[in-house]
Design a protein around this ligand. Structure first.
Ligand SMILES: Cc1cc2nc3c(=O)[nH]c(=O)nc-3n(C[C@H](O)[C@H](O)[C@H](O)COP(=O)(O)OP(=O)(O)OC[C@H]3O[C@@H](n4cnc5c(N)ncnc54)[C@H](O)[C@@H]3O)c2cc1C
Length: 409
């Protein structure tokens, strides 16, 4: 692959970085204090929206620039270097923009017009339930497990009943994409369908914002659907194909999550590097102490390795017919580990100040720790890589065995 950015990509990166540095970073304290849906800082997002960041992957005729995954990652990294919650806000639109060509016409219009015209149009993806987290992500494909929010057909409509948990944008969303069980006798791979449910539909209710360790400007809440009736054209996938659509969304989201990890880590590294030039102990700026230089070097090497892995995964996602989803799990796991190690090193280099509220490294270390949890845990993604490798090796052996048999007969 060619690592040279196009002039269009460089321009977009420059403009996004300027927005992140000038508008987002000074608002970090406000984002950190977000405690209710009413306080959500839509005003902060206006300049990013005007830059076209919501519509990025949409084709030009629908208001976007058809950005590939590399471009999405470049933008997500810049936003996350400002504040990871703002990166989450914009990235959420990309998950749905990607679905647009496959959406039923009324939902497609709602999404395209919402992105273009309405700053309060916010999508949310509702898969997790109180009893279905990793069972969705793995998935544990047995009847009665995974998402069990029920959707029943009723006179051409669908009626949804159930409870979703920890949904990003849950309290501010105007449109939910809900993974619902249409066939409880089947496992989740064939028994679930994805529905689009406007937040104003009678029967939708949201809980309070979760208070959390990091990414505090990105709101999560539970969402209840009680006797929630939507038209037949609100099924976004063929009946029974919901899981495949959800999985496709997660595979793409893992890669942009990797870019956010990189943004967090880069921000911590740069803060620590500057500090090491200014802070004097032992009669010299601390970067002159070998132990400190070693830490700075380690941080830089990790960042470079993570960036290479990320760009390869992003490039293959958009441009290589051989793209393997295993890359998306691996890159999410690795970049989150890098974010955790780099931010912890930054904490350490700031000395006692590192863990004090207001130190940039303190906030970034909290943000980094959250990155192994959403979209499925790092443990399960690592497990899937191992399983996938074993399956491929087994398939290779079987093919070789069959070829040997055929040659001998
Ligand atoms: C910040 C944030 C945002 C989120 N946003 C959304 C959202 O927008 N939409 C949405 O649907 N969900 C969302 N989630 C939920 C997220 O997808 C789940 O938290 C995640 O999938 C893990 O599920 P769980 O929390 O139920 O943990 P559990 O599944 O209960 O896992 C608990 C522990 O057991 C381990 N474990 C579980 N099963 C296995 C197994 N088979 N083998 C080995 N180990 C196992 C896990 O790795 C973990 O360590 C969000 C979560 C967070 C933290």
């Amino acid at each position: 692959m060619d690592f040279e950015l196009t002039s269009r990509q460089r321009d977009l990166v420059d403009r996004t970085r300027d927005y992140a540095v000038r508008v987002v970073r000074p608002a970090v304290a406000r984002l950190e204090q977000l405690a209710s849906a009413e306080e959500f800082p839509f005003d902060l997002m206006r300049e990013g929206t005007a830059l076209g960041l919501k519509a990025l992957p949409l084709p030009p005729e629908l208001g976007g620039i058809g950005a590939d995954m590399v471009t999405q990652c470049l933008v997500a990294e810049e936003l996350a270097a400002g504040d990871v919650s703002v990166a989450y806000f914009f990235r959420h639109y990309w998950r749905f923009a990607r679905l647009v060509p496959r959406l039923p016409a009324p939902i497609r219009d709602l999404v395209v017009r919402g992105i273009a015209e309405d700053e309060r149009f916010v999508p949310a993806s509702a898969g997790t339930e109180p009893a279905a987290g990793s069972d969705n992500a793995l998935p544990y494909d047995a009847p009665g497990h995974g998402a069990m929010l029920r959707a029943r057909p009723d006179g051409g409509d669908w009626v949804l009943d159930g409870h979703k948990a920890m949904i990003t944008n849950g309290p501010i969303a105007s449109l939910y994409f809900v993974l619902a069980r249409t066939d409880p006798a089947a496992g989740i791979r064939r028994g679930a369908t994805m529905f689009a449910v406007p937040a104003a539909t009678p029967g939708v209710a949201t809980g309070p914002l979760y208070a959390k360790l990091g990414q505090r400007g990105s709101p999560q809440s539970d969402v209840w659907f009680t006797g929630c009736r939507v038209g037949g054209d609100h099924a976004m996938t063929a009946i029974g194909d919901g899981y495949a659509a959800a999985e496709r969304g997660l595979i793409a989201a893992n890669i942009t999550n990797g870019a956010m990890c990189l943004g967090i880590a880069r921000s911590a590294y740069e803060a620590a590097l500057d500090w090491s030039l200014d802070r004097v102990q032992g009669g010299v700026p601390i970067h002159r102490h070998q132990l400190v230089a070693h830490d700075l070097g380690r941080m830089r090497i990790l960042l470079d390795a993570a960036r290479s892995f990320l760009l390869r995964a992003a490039w293959e996602y958009s441009h290589a017919p051989s793209f393997d989803p295993e890359l998306s799990w691996g890159v999410r796991v690795y970049t989150a580990e890098v974010a955790i190690e780099v931010t912890q090193k930054a904490l350490f280099l700031f000395g006692g100040r590192g863990i004090m509220a207001g130190c940039p490294a303190e906030k970034l270390a909290r943000d980094a720790l959250t990155m192994t949890h959403g979209n499925g845990t790092s443990a399960l993604m690592t497990l899937r890589v191992g399983e996938h490798q074993a399956e491929q090796r087994l398939a290779g052996r079987q093919a070789a065995g069959q070829a040997a048999l055929a040659a001998g007969s």
